[in-house]
Every structure is written in C-alpha cells, then in structure tokens.
Design a protein around this ligand. Sequence first.
Ligand SMILES: Cc1cc2nc3c(=O)[nH]c(=O)nc-3n(C[C@H](O)[C@H](O)[C@H](O)COP(=O)(O)O)c2cc1C
Length: 356
Amino acid sequence: MKTFEEFSLGDLKLKNRIIMAPLTRSRAIDNIPNDLMRKYYSQRASAGLIISEGTSPSPNGLGYPRIPGAYSNEQINGWKKVAEGVHKNGGKFFVQLMHTGRVTSGLNLPEGAKALAPSAIKLDGEMYTDVKGPQPHDTPAEMTIADIKTAQDEHVNAAVELVKVGVDGIELHAANGYLLEQFINPKSNIRTDEYGGNYKNRARFVLEIAKRVADIIGGNKVGMRLSPYGVFNDMQGDYENLVDAYTYLAEELKKLNFAYIHIVDQRVAMGAPEFSTDIKSTIKNTFGGNIIVGGDVHTASRAEELIDEGYDLVYIGRPFISNPNLVEKLKANETLTDADPNTFYAPGEVGYVDYI
Ligand SMILES: Cc1cc2nc3c(=O)[nH]c(=O)nc-3n(C[C@H](O)[C@H](O)[C@H](O)COP(=O)(O)O)c2cc1C
C-alpha cells in the first residue's frame, strides 16, 4: 500500500505517509516541554511525521492551561530533548506554532502577557483555567502595528531556535480560529489598515510570517495548517471571496516552496457544515506541492483512499492518543483502542503514556 511506503517531504525521508496530527495534551507544566512529553512523542515515532501539539511562540499566545511555549531557552531545550527522543526511535518531528490570540483567559497567561487579536472582538463561551475552572474569554486588545511586528518576530524567532536545536521543521497554525486565522477571517478581523479589509490584506499578517520563516529556515522545512469553511472558535464558515482567499494563500505558499499545506476538514468531528465548493482540490491544484488531509481515519484502507484521490499525506489525530503503535496496528488491520476524552487535557501520565 502507498500509505506505508517511504515519502520525501522536502529533504526529509518519511518512512510512511501517516502524519500524527497536532494534539494539545496540556501536560507542559509551567509551559515547558518535559520528560513525560518526550516519552509520549517517542512512543509514537512510527508515524511518518509527528506534528507537535500547538506551541506558543509568545507568552501572549498561551491561552490554554499547560500548553508548551517556544520562546524561552528552557522551552527550546525541552523541545530539543523531545526531538532527540523521536529521532532515536526513527521518527521525524515538526513543532506546530499556535498563538491562541483571543482564545484565552488572562488566568492562563504568564505575568505581563495579554490577550491580543486583530480586532477587539471577544469570543463567546468559556476557557478552562486551573485556578478558577471555566471562565469567560478575555476581550482582546486590538493589535497595534508594533504588536503585529512583535508577534511576527516571535514566530520567526521560535522557528529559528527550534530548527537550530534539531527539530525537523515548523507548522504555522493558521486554522481552527487561533491568531493566524483570526486575521484571515472577516468575522474576527474588522481592521481598516493594511492588515484588514479585503482578503489580501487579511492574509498579510500570515504571509509576512510565512515569508520570513521560509527565508531563514527554508520553505521546505515549513508547512501551514488551514481550515477553510471552518467554524470552530466562532469563525465565519463561508464568506465572500473565500475561494479567492485560499487560492491566494496557496499561490503565495507555492512561491515560498512550502513543504506542505495541511487542510483540516472540520466537517469531521468539528461541526462545520458541508463545503459549498471543492476547496481541498482547489488548494491542491493551486499549490501543486504536498497536501495533508484526514479526519476520522481509522483504517489503512481509508488512508489509501485519500492518497488515491490524489492527496499526498494523511493526518490521524485521536487514534494516535490511544494507540502509540498505530502504524503497526493499521498495517495488521487490528482493532484500535478508543481514546478516553476525560484525559485529553488532564495533567499526568494517565491517558497519556499508558496506552499500549
Ligand atoms: C485532544 C485534541 C487536541 C487537539 N489539538 C490540536 C492542536 O493543538 N492543533 C491543531 O491544529 N489541531 C488540534 N486538534 C485537531 C486534530 O489535529 C484533528 O484535526 C482532529 O482531531 C480530527 O482528526 P481525527 O478524527 O483523526 O482525530 C486537536 C484535537 C483533539 C481531539
């Protein structure tokens, strides 16, 4: 099966086409990657590529409790050890940079950090905090041009430092309603300067980061996650020029020689309605490079179907939580163990490194 054959991603040789999807697991006490996380990722090194949980390049982007960062020496050193563990077991490892923007509570942020977003529009609903349980999201401050430059610098610095210590590459998280998508989506971006308004302006923040990161570490070490038609975190699922917006992003990422575009299909498990266009193939045809797709993939035959449709790589999320040796199980057509949602975000080893 093509699913289990080697695949060249940029300069990397992946041992199969199965990608462990980014999964926030909230085990990073004090926002620092630790030995327990090293163990968890090392156990899953049979994936062709592991993409880490969302990791903030900035103190301002740590909206959830116990998510890791990549801006201090301690954090970078933690990721170095995680990458070493994965490499020792024969795997490859990208870190997903996720700045949560307005999806945040100040109670989760370190001292001095603040909620920032393209516009000062509060997200409805609540954010879990360790100190006070669920709390309303903070109303973000509208980012000044200086804030924008700082946030961009933070993404670039994190990417550079991570690659320096041996991480294989970086994924920019421009999906699921976090800071990068908050700029792209017209519901959360009502700016009137060059970072808001038409779709090209709304893409500017993301593309400037993409260009700077690609210039320094090489486009072939960078991917981007996108969720067209997504509604998670109160994004507007469909809007005028959506197809133009994603076509433009794909064209620009092609110019930067990006390693891949990773398309989240939020119809699967995330409540998005049917897509009104064939956006996945539009992105694929425009970009021309590697595309990762997936969602609700539980068998090798389903992965193979997606590859037969012309996509390159297949992401698998929840099954990797509860089946560390997922690739072997898929190869043998074994029944998978179900993951327990109660321990998705709970600190500690239970439901994390104890699945077999
Ligand atoms: C516990 C959990 C944490 C997640 N964390 C992230 C994340 O940090 N970054 C991200 O891009 N997606 C995240 N997702 C979405 C997954 O990457 C994936 O798109 C989703 O689980 C659907 O794929 P699946 O059906 O294979 O699980 C998360 C999903 C779950 C269940």
